[in-house]
Write a protein that binds this ligand. Structure first.
Ligand code: BUP
Length: 453
């Protein structure tokens, strides 16, 4: 009998860091012959997300959009919470509405892939209607190890609060690298994180956007039952290939005019705001480095609130002084096109996991400046994996202290001049390309996942 293509529904969560890997997975599955439904939730928190979804669906009309209307949610009980975490909660509390949405699809859905941040609420609902439920973990395998071990850590700790966390089979994550919200057991994010960590064992599989050459140790520890016994298969599929080109090519003509590998690209991701003081110090560090630079500036957590002009943030004089060597832009750029560009030779990054995987895919060395959340855990992966350098003293969430302009300038020069680092990042880039080929470890991971359905 002719085999029918599986129909896979994908449920992403809030924030570009969560949305981007789902878009990539959707296209990879569809390219492999699967029928794909892409669950969307409107309005999105950031405008970057809504533009991204619109572009995806326009570029790939074979993906079926499924509009998920959330239940009413009153965020007032969580006054100072991050807007993205609040949206996670709103989606989580709408889990009971999913079966009705799925019931309306034709052909019937054969499996769900759900974002890790939604796991503990959606997994029981999905398996309750008899469907296989896979999770997509949107950060590093090292971070997945922390997530899987954290419930046991909390249950067995002898002192209140959080200290260094020794992950069985991997390494010790020092207290300073633990995401800040996890220090507080009553934080909304902590509750979600612990509940999601507890339910991992019940999933049919855990998909992850990483690859063996970068995270062999963590992937082996997870799959050999060292981190937690009884985990389902953890399937590395990365680096998932970026899928588009939406807009914002404004930096490209400038890049085209620069010599090969002469430009350092500077970005702290879509949701990490920087204080004005910190930004000025960074600006002056970039100037001191003497290197050419392309710097994407962001001063608000949610892009819809971004109002201040660059001149106001950095001063007209600064912009005038650096204009021969530096392009400073506000708003969205097409990061993947930039990292792929021959003029780019280094990346000062907050180490959001998508950024790390994009740099790895193109063999661009990273100077890690993690600022919050999982980013220090990811920065450790970058440093251990030979993809970059990490200066541990620079400021972190809630810290006023800044990396000094002098120090930043020196480290940026080091990033751009260290031949050994350039070679090891390039090697990793070649490994990444091999991994995602049809017969590579990640290509095989994807094929096996589809095969099971
Ligand atoms: Br900013 C920016 N252009 O201008 P991360 C980001 N991106 O293409 P984050 C652009 O958004 P979390 C821009 O290439 C990556 O795919 C970038 O994801 C793209 O960090 C994505 O790197 C950003 O994971 O999310 O946004 O801080 O904190 O959830 O990891």
């Amino acid at each position: 009998p002719r085999r029918v293509a599986p129909h896979i529904a994908l449920l992403p969560s809030a924030g570009m860091g969560h949305l981007a890997p789902f878009c990539r997975l959707a296209v990879a599955l569809s390219d492999s012959g699967c029928d794909v439904s892409f669950i969307t939730i409107q309005p999105t928190v950031s405008s970057a997300e809504s533009r991204h979804v619109a572009t995806l669906l326009a570029a790939f009309p074979r993906l079926r959009p499924l509009d998920f209307r959330l239940a009413d949610f009153d965020p007032s009980a969580f006054a100072s919470t991050d807007p993205f975490f609040l949206r996670f909660e709103a989606i989580r509390r709408s889990a009971h509405l999913l079966p009705t949405l799925l019931a309306a699809t034709s052909p019937p859905v054969s499996a769900l892939v759900v974002d890790i941040s939604l796991a503990s609420e959606f997994l029981p609902v999905v398996t309750g209607v008899g469907l296989p439920c896979y999770l997509l973990f949107t950060a590093s395998a090292a971070m997945l190890s922390l997530c899987a071990h954290f419930p046991a850590y909390i249950a067995n700790r002898t002192t209140a609060g959080v200290g260094d966390v020794d992950i069985p089979g991997l390494w010790t994550v020092p207290k300073a690298s633990i995401p800040l919200p996890l220090y507080d057991p009553n934080n909304l994010f902590t509750t979600q994180f612990v509940e999601n960590g507890r339910i991992l064992q019940k999933a049919d599989g855990i998909l992850i956007n990483t690859f063996y050459a970068l995270e062999q140790e963590a992937l082996d520890a997870l799959n050999r039952g060292k981190v937690v016994p009884g985990l389902p298969p953890v399937v590395a599929m990365g680096p998932l290939k970026p899928v588009m080109g939406c807009e914002g090519g404004s930096a490209l003509p400038w890049l085209d005019a620069q010599p090969a590998r002469s430009v350092v690209y500077v970005s702290f991701g879509s949701r990490t705001a920087m204080s004005v003081d910190q930004m000025k110090e960074l600006g002056s560090g970039l100037e001191r480095s003497g290197c050419r630079f392309l710097w994407v500036v962001k001063s608000k957590v949610v892009d819809r609130e971004e109002e201040v002009e660059l001149e106001e943030l950095l001063g007209e004089e600064y912009l005038e002084r650096v204009k021969e060597r530096g392009l400073v832009v506000k708003g969205w750029v097409e990061q993947e096109e930039i990292l792929r560009h021959r003029a780019v030779g280094g990346f000062v990054s907050h180490c959001g996991w998508n950024s790390v995987t994009e740099a790895a895919l193109h063999g661009v060395p990273i100077l890690a400046w993690p600022r919050m959340g999982d980013q220090r855990v990811n920065a450790e992966v970058v440093a251990r994996g030979g993809l970059g350098i990490w200066v541990k003293g620079w400021s972190w969430e809630g810290e006023e202290k800044v990396g000094s302009a002098e120090d930043i300038g020196e480290r940026v020069r080091e990033l751009m001049e260290d031949e050994g680092l350039r070679a090891s990042a390039a090697r990793l880039g070649m490994e990444a390309v091999k991994a995602v080929a049809v017969d590579g470890s990640s290509g095989q991971g994807l094929a096996q996942f589809i095969g099971k359905l």
